[in-house]
Design a protein around this ligand. Structure first.
Ligand code: PLP
Length: 451
């Protein structure tokens, strides 16, 4: 699966434990029900919390999806331009309605959706777009593909989202847009981001690629700014292998998005502008359409399970679930993330904690190994003719020198998370297993110096 491959590639080996001797909190935990956690740790030869149980699998597959693909195959309508009532235009209508948006343009990926928006807004060489270093490479590649400059602002380390204060500091005379990313499927501080955009007259493109159906201040993520983008890559909570979508209410702007994504050719049949060919195909839309009716029920289940899990972990100082901003009423729970605080685990490094939890039968993992501010593109693009022509030497030097995001570095180091699309569809018992595995390791942290 692409997302897992990417993440595996970017994982870091956990740091050595020897450098830390912070003292854990000695206060009695505020949570109850210790019996399952009383035994010897599985990594030391004890009985694991969870054994011989499967998680709900992902991607979601049922007969309806299989039949839809067969039907599309037999129909011979494989490409959206063959029929105005094919699966792609139908999916666009249904997805827009589900999101409470007037329009949707379906694309071949989330990256394509984001790049289409950048082009449709006329952003290009010499322009800058501010976004986060803690995201999938697709976010910044959508900006680079237009030869604009992705400027990365640091994070709020507790929410893993863009820090609005740092965003505002990084605005220059070239800045044209903000691209907030709703990381882990939870909302950014959109109230502040939108206020900053209004103040500086900047466009906003919401990267809601991980955030299907999540809500903030009564609005679905992706509908707060004029343009919102989604990914339907396999690991996402609505998925078709590779796929994407743009939603919006502004007819003219959405029409431009259609034109850009359709190799620059408008609905009127004229080739009008620059545009790659980013159309979703009919098979992808068939898979998506067939799962939309159950998507909300699965979303609600993930939210219920996440709330339960969070309540079980409450009071444990060693794992702190993601901070949510006021106005957050739900998340997609594509991932269930937590910050691992090694000082509360007698200084035990994250790698040993993950091994001990895995031995209890529960798999947690790091996420992004290093922020995008630490990847080679930063040095490489400033050497290209395209960027040297579009930006002054002083601006490119400053761009490189200011590419520092210490809070993002901390988040990469501390992150432990569950790939949640499937697992958070489990039962209460499954959630008890997750919480008990973590809490058992926490309560026995003083016995782990030997592993
Ligand atoms: C936050 C974010 N933005 C953009 C993308 C790119 O989406 P895609 O992989 O569909 O191109 C992803 C995909 O994982 C993502 O998580």
């Amino acid at each position: 699966m692409k997302e897992h491959d990417l993440t595996r590639r970017r994982f870091i080996a956990a740091a050595s434990a020897s450098s830390l001797a912070a003292v854990a909190s000695t206060a009695l935990p505020a949570y109850a029900g210790v019996s399952r956690r009383a035994g010897k740790l599985a990594i030391l030869g004890g009985d694991p919390i969870r054994k011989n149980k499967e998680w709900p699998s992902w991607p979601y597959i049922d007969d309806k999806i299989v039949e839809a693909v067969v039907k599309t195959t037999k129909s011979g309508i494989w490409c959206r331009i063959q029929s105005s009532s094919g699966t792609v235009p139908t999916f666009e209508k249904e997805f827009a309605a589900m999101m409470g948006s007037r329009f949707c343009v379906a694309t071949g990926s989330g990256t394509q959706a984001l790049h289409t928006c950048v082009e449709a807004l006329g952003i290009g060489a010499g322009d800058e777009v501010i976004t986060t270093p803690y995201t999938d490479p697709g976010t910044i590649e959508a900006i680079l593909a237009a030869r604009a400059l992705p400027v990365l602002a640091d994070l709020d380390p507790a929410s893993y989202q863009l820090d609005p204060d740092d965003v505002e500091k990084r605005i220059t005379e070239n800045t044209r847009a903000l691209m907030p990313v709703h990381m882990m499927g939870q909302p950014c501080h959109m109230e502040r981001i939108m206020a900053i955009a209004r103040k500086h007259k900047l466009a906003v493109i919401e990267d809601a690629c991980q955030a299907h159906l999540a809500e903030y201040q009564g609005k679905k993520l992706g509908t707060i700014a004029p343009l919102g983008c989604f990914s339907f890559q396999t690991s996402k909570t609505i998925a078709c292998g590779e796929g994407g979508g743009i939603i919006g209410d502004d007819e003219e702007l959405m029409d431009k998005c259609y034109t850009v994504h359709n190799h620059g050719t408008s609905r009127r049949g004229l080739t009008e502008t620059i545009g790659p060919k980013y159309r979703m195909n009919e098979f992808e839309a068939a898979v998506l359409l067939a799962q939309l009716s159950g998507a909300r029920e699965r979303f609600l289940r993930r939210n219920e399970n996440a709330a339960y899990l969070t309540s079980k972990l409450k009071g444990c100082p060693g794992v702190i679930p993601q901070k949510l901003y006021e106005g957050t009423s739900s998340g997609s729970f594509y991932l269930y993330p937590m910050s691992y605080k090694k000082e509360a685990f007698n200084g035990m490094d994250r790698g040993r904690f993950l091994k001990a939890v895995a031995a209890e039968g529960v798999s947690l993992s790091p996420y992004i190994a290093r922020g995008l501010h630490r990847e080679p593109w930063v040095d490489n693009i400033v050497k290209t003719k395209a960027y040297q022509k579009a930006f002054s030497p002083a601006r490119l030097r400053q761009f490189r020198d200011e590419m520092k995001c210490p809070n993002c570095d901390l988040v990469c180091e501390e992150m432990v998370m569950i790939w949640a699309s499937g697992p958070l569809l489990g039962t209460r018992d499954d959630m008890d297993d997750v919480a008990d595995a973590i809490l058992k390791v926490y309560e026995n942290r003083d016995k782990l110096s030997s592993i």
